[in-house]
Unconditional design. Structure first.
Length: 90
């Protein structure tokens, strides 16, 4: 995963305010922008979207995806039994 692109000021504030990179990434991915006086925008995740994300995350533990060439998703499934792992690399 690539590092997020933040200023030194933002890095300092993240550390001071205990805001993690993953939180920043989630806001960038799922948040909405709102205009702020002075020309800058700020982003946040609305409560309804947060509720949807919580629901989706709660169900992630048993979801599996099968990847093919170029990491294209071939199929998806719910794991009902243990998946056998192999050491074979083709």
């Amino acid at each position: 995963m690539d590092k997020i692109n933040v200023t030194e000021h933002a890095k300092k504030r993240m550390q001071q305010r205990a805001i993690s990179e993953i939180q920043i990434r989630l806001i960038q991915e799922f948040g909405q922008d709102q205009y702020q006086k002075g020309g800058e925008n700020f982003a946040f995740i609305p409560e309804r979207v947060l509720a949807d994300l919580r629901h989706a995350i709660d169900k992630l533990a048993k979801v599996r995806i099968v990847l093919g060439e170029s990491d294209k998703v071939v199929t998806v499934m719910h794991e009902k039994r243990r998946v056998h792992k192999t050491q074979y690399v083709g």
